[in-house]
Write a protein that binds this ligand. Structure first.
Ligand code: AMP
Length: 111
């Protein structure tokens, strides 16, 4: 999608410092970090958010969830927080599914 900022990162039209890439996934730092380390993991294929997933995405999602902690470990994070905002009510601003990895510091409890 030409008007999607993350699709434009995948295509190379927008710059990003890639910290992980394979045929299905890309990871790069958030442009507006909310923790000492703040990475975003995205599928290369445009999927709006968790609400858009179908059974055909099961393999991709398993791959994403299994790869995400490897990306965190490779970036020096023994512990981290993962968030995926879904829909504007969930705080989603970029409508290309992404998983935030927050770490590099001791994060406050969530409750
Ligand atoms: P969300 O509010 O969950 O949709 O999060 C969007 C994330 O994308 C935020 O962490 C933004 O800082 C980040 N972001 C937006 N544009 C870019 C960009 N061009 N490069 C890297 N991160 C971006």
């Amino acid at each position: 999608m030409s008007d999607c900022v993350f699709c434009n990162i995948v295509s190379g039209q927008l710059p990003a410092q890639k910290v992980y890439e394979d045929d299905q996934l890309l990871a790069f730092p958030s442009i507006d970090p909310k923790a000492e380390t703040h990475l975003l993991v995205i599928p290369k294929r445009h999927i709006e958010n968790l609400n858009s997933l179908t059974a055909e995405d099961a393999g991709l999602m398993a791959h994403l969830l299994l790869t995400l902690p490897e990306i965190a470990t490779a970036n020096g994070l023994p512990g981290f927080r993962t968030i995926t905002n879904t829909g504007k009510e969930g705080g989603q601003e970029v409508f290309h599914m992404h998983f935030h990895i927050l770490g590099g510091q001791t994060l406050p409890g969530f409750n």
